[in-house]
Ligand binder design. Structure first.
Ligand code: ARG
Length: 455
């Protein structure tokens, strides 16, 4: 590749250290598409005859077919995917292949390939996110009427519904969809034509190349285009945050599927057993999702650290961008798919949910609101209900079983019928504001999502 200037062959250890084809071979499809677009522009500029272009295009398509058929030999001596494909092309078609690299560098080539890869995998991630959203909406609808305690500090707080809880994740995933879609706009810009750093004296039609490759436009500064990996860092951040969301969902399901909660049962197909304890049924998928989120954060960090302190423009450090990027997309796509399948197969245990949500303490805030409606300032109402909770605890009775006399021993403000508050239908009916776990509101939101997601 650079034999002209060197009098020694590259040392074996250096070859092993610097090769990237063992992982960047995955860019072959984008590399070939980029090369065909580049060659077409060369032909239009009079640098290739139509026959030469045809030979390049056919040769590259045959190489593509061979790669997909597993018949292509990748050679680490040729360093990377770009050199492997180009040298094989030249071996197959002769001199025309050697013209392909005119007005191009591996620097703008790798940036182009990586952007095409990111764009394609972002589209896969968007579909996978939407699929998981659909599954969650479907579960929410199936169990729309099932009430459960909502938790803060993992302590029982106020009543919600399974639907409201699951739909919270649909909202989160929608932000992921929007974030990735926005990131995609910055990914989808074509750097080809930036050359090694300063463009080329041979000017090809950059817009035509960009159009052919489905880019929305071309980069505007050759140095920035070569040095830029922001689109990767952004993609990795979006993927890390998807990981955070899936990890929180996983933790909820680990809790819900425990004997202590018992709110849900995961299918046998999506759980694993123990080699020692015959009774065990473990939520390993949830735990792995939680664990793999650490890798997603690690990949983002690796990318950010690799970029820090790099002078413009290309530095070989940038070759370290691909493994974290590939790993994060692989990890997130797998996680989204397996979680969608697992949640689709999950059952909600309505009796266990009903027993848990029957705890009258979940309506202590509603009792304070009841006092507020009777003219008591909220801070005072909070204190009075707090006293009632303490009294119930002391007497060893549920809050809803205190007598009117006992309530009145705390304050006459409790009126004639404080215990009317301890009615879940009432509690949900009163919460009419948008965003509340009210049956009507939930039905509206489910209808909204069904329409939006095409479910
Ligand atoms: N394999 C290289 C990478 O991934 C391609 C660019 C090589 N450029 C260079 N100047 N050595 O970054």
């Amino acid at each position: 590749m650079w034999t002209g200037r060197f009098s020694q062959a590259t040392a074996d250890l250096v070859l092993k250290y610097s090769e990237s084809v063992s992982y960047d071979w995955r860019l072959y499809r984008y590399d070939i598409a980029g090369s065909i677009a580049h060659a077409r522009a060369q032909m239009k500029a009079g640098l290739l005859t139509t026959d030469e272009f045809a030979a390049i295009e056919t040769g590259l398509k045959e190489i593509l077919a061979d790669i997909e058929a597993g018949k292509f030999h990748w050679d680490t001596k040729l360093e990377d995917v770009h050199m492997n494909i180009e040298s094989e092309l030249t071996r197959r078609i002769g001199p025309a292949g050697a013209k392909l690299h005119t007005a191009r560098s591996r620097n703008d080539q790798v940036a182009t390939d990586s952007r095409l890869y990111c764009r394609s995998l972002i589209d896969d991630a968007l579909s996978a996110l939407t699929e998981l959203q659909r599954v969650l909406v479907q579960k929410a609808e199936q169990y729309a009427a099932v009430r459960i305690p909502g938790y803060t500090h993992l302590q029982r707080a106020q009543p919600v519904t399974v639907a409201h809880h699951l739909l919270a994740y649909v909202e989160m995933l929608q932000r992921d969809v929007e974030r990735l879609s926005d990131c995609r706009r910055r990914v989808n810009v074509c750097p080809l034509g930036s050359g090694a750093i300063a463009g080329s004296t041979i000017n090809l039609d950059r817009s035509a190349i960009a159009d052919e490759l489905g880019f929305d436009g071309v980069t505007q500064n050759s140095m920035d285009a070569i040095a830029d990996r922001d689109y990767m860092a952004e993609s990795l951040f979006c993927l890390a945050l998807i990981g955070a969301h899936l990890s929180r969902l996983s933790e909820d399901l680990v809790l819900w599927s425990s004997a202590e909660f018992g709110f849900c049962t995961l299918s046998d197909a999506h759980t694993t057993g123990s080699s020692l304890m015959p009774q065990k049924k473990n939520p390993d998928v949830c735990e792995l999702t939680r664990g793999k989120t650490g890798r997603l954060y690690g990949n983002l960090t690796a990318m950010l650290v690799a970029l820090k302190g790099l002078p413009l423009t290309y530095n070989r450090d940038l070759q370290e961008d691909k493994e974290p990027l590939f790993d994060s997309f692989d990890t997130v796509l797998h996680a989204l798919a397996v979680n969608a399948e697992m949640i689709a197969a999950m059952r909600i245990n309505e009796a266990r949910c009903a027993a848990a949500v029957a705890d009258p303490l979940l309506l202590a805030t509603d009792l304070a609101d009841y006092l507020v409606r009777r003219g008591v300032p909220f801070r005072r109402a909070h204190e009075l209900v707090g006293k009632a909770v303490a009294l119930a605890e002391k007497e060893g009775v549920p809050l809803s079983q205190l007598s009117v006399e006992q309530f009145h021993s705390i304050s006459p403000d409790f009126g004639d019928d404080p215990c009317a508050v301890f009615n879940l239908d009432r509690a949900f009916t009163l919460r009419t504001n948008p965003g509340s776990p009210n049956a009507q509101r939930t039905a509206e939101r489910i209808a909204f999502w069904r329409d939006k997601l095409g479910a």
